[in-house]
Design a protein around this ligand. Structure first.
Ligand SMILES: Cc1cc2nc3c(=O)[nH]c(=O)nc-3n(C[C@H](O)[C@H](O)[C@H](O)COP(=O)(O)OP(=O)(O)OC[C@H]3O[C@@H](n4cnc5c(N)ncnc54)[C@H](O)[C@@H]3O)c2cc1C
Length: 424
């Protein structure tokens, strides 16, 4: 059996693992990254880089290297009722510069840029087609892992093993960390189409058990995110593209010609949604990051961003732990303590959004629309929501009094005070 050695072994080169490997390489740490896929991902994924994710890419020196013909900055997001009535408009331009926009990229563009940068780093070995099989332990502490790389069994000795292997993490399982893994009953049919006329602003339609998001991407491309029941993708495909176009046109009649640009199911993919909660993210010699530790519903628009922010926080801590020769769970817990408040808040917020946005109940939908209308008039509360989605807040956007104000049951004397410093 082959034996390799590294400072850090990372399992998974997804949103979190790839950023961690690059950040560690930039600190000169010898890192081995195992990725079970045969190469960089090629599939369709909707990708919105929120301001906190832009900041991470900037810190890694990559934000300005993303190809201009693959990215689009979007400022305005209009929330609308099914049928077309505008409820509320959120303007990313209200956020502090320079990350005062959302950046919509073509599929995998940011991820490929990170993977390319890793390949150029001499201190990182990125192994595609390598699957984690088990942990190595000595005196109860994790000291490495075993993997299958092609037909070979490989042993990697490392000071710390990082499980960045997604919601169904095998590293988490091997660490015997229990996980509450919840699969939501609804997922998303994602499509990418070529708009007949350029679109620069995003729209997000909500109804009763209906959600359709339309996000402009580079060129004239537009992403469509359509909520469907998990398990119904094949049935929808069997019903045919015209039936889907009719359903979308009923949601947004003015976009009928855009929907006609869907001509092939190859332009679509289904993405399931899940949430992971775990009692701890650390063990002696091991850490979980990203979805392995805390997957969340995509309503927060932060799953991938939080995996990236985890990676940056951990990359700051690991060199200190290695220098002090202390990779105990106690020491690594510093990472979890720093990251848990924001992650927990976002998971809770996303679940509230599931309750109100995905609802089939007309009374709950009525309340939701009322909150959107209040937000449209109330700059203070609107900014709270925006800065949370942008990844700039760790505290919940609303306290109990704010909730009453948002629902229109109490007046807000500060409704026009937008506090940009309110973030964090
Ligand atoms: C519909 C939908 C929309 C979303 N929209 C957004 C959004 O707008 N913004 C956002 O920030 N996030 C969004 N997300 C969430 C985002 O995709 C995830 O949160 C993010 O990818 C998590 O990163 P990760 O590195 O933890 O896991 P992943 O990206 O899942 O990476 C895990 C990696 O580990 C590898 N792996 C797994 N097991 C093994 C093994 N045994 N050995 C070796 N490798 C292994 C996998 O191949 C994969 O490459 C969305 C998710 C969905 C479903």
């Amino acid at each position: 059996m082959k034996i390799e050695e590294a400072d850090i072994a990372v399992v998974g080169a997804g949103g979190g693992g790839a950023v961690l490997a690059l950040a560690l390489a930039q600190k000169g740490m010898k890192t081995i990254v195992l990725e079970r896929a045969a190469g960089p991902p090629q599939g369709l994924r909707g990708e919105i880089l929120q301001p906190n994710g832009q900041r991470v890419l900037d810190q890694l020196g990559l934000l300005h290297k993303l190809p201009a013909d693959s990215t689009r900055a979007v400022r305005l997001f209009h929330f609308c009722r099914v049928g077309g009535e505008r409820l509320c408009t959120v303007d990313y331009g209200d956020l502090p510069t320079p990350y005062n926009r959302a950046v919509v990229t073509l599929p995998n563009v940011a991820h490929h840029a990170i993977l390319d940068a890793i390949q150029a780093e001499p201190s990182v070995s990125l192994w595609y087609g390598a699957s984690f099989t088990d942990l190595l332990r000595e005196n109860g502490r994790v000291v490495g892992l075993t993997a299958k790389k092609g037909d070979d069994e490989v042993t990697v000795k490392a000071n710390v093993v990082v499980g960045a292997d997604g919601a169904f993490s095998k590293v988490r399982e091997a660490l015997q960390i229990p996980a509450d893994l919840h699969l939501y009953p609804q997922g998303y049919l994602i499509a990418i189409v070529e708009a007949p006329t350029p679109i620069t602003e995003a729209k997000y339609f909500v109804g009763t058990r209906t959600i359709l998001g339309m996000f402009p991407a580079a060129g004239n491309k537009v992403y469509l995110f359509y909520m469907i029941d998990a398990g119904s993708y094949d049935r929808i495909k069997a019903e045919g593209i015209p039936a889907l176009q009719r359903a979308w046109t009923a949601i947004s009649p003015s976009d009928e010609t855009l929907f006609q640009a869907l001509t092939d199911w190859n332009q679509t993919a289904f993405m399931p949604t899940g949430r992971v909660r775990t009692p701890t993210w650390v063990a002696d010699g091991a850490v979980l990051i990203g979805d392995a530790a805390h997957g969340m519903n995509p309503h927060a628009s932060q799953g991938r961003m939080q995996a990236m922010v985890d990676a940056m926080a951990l990359a700051d801590l690991l060199p200190e732990c290695l220098a002090a020769n202390d990779v105990s769970a106690d020491r690594l817990k510093q990472f979890e303590r720093a990251r848990r408040p924001q992650v927990t808040m976002l998971q809770q917020l996303a679940d509230e959004q599931v309750l109100f946005w995905n609802t089939a109940n007309p009374v709950i939908a009525f309340l939701r629309d009322r909150v959107f209308r209040t937000l449209d008039r109330n700059a203070r509360l609107r900014y709270r929501v925006l800065s949370t989605t942008a990844g700039l807040r760790s505290r919940p956007p609303f306290g109990p009094i704010d909730r009453l104000m948002a629902a229109g049951f109490l007046p807000d004397p500060s409704a026009h005070e937008r506090v940009a410093q309110d973030a964090e």
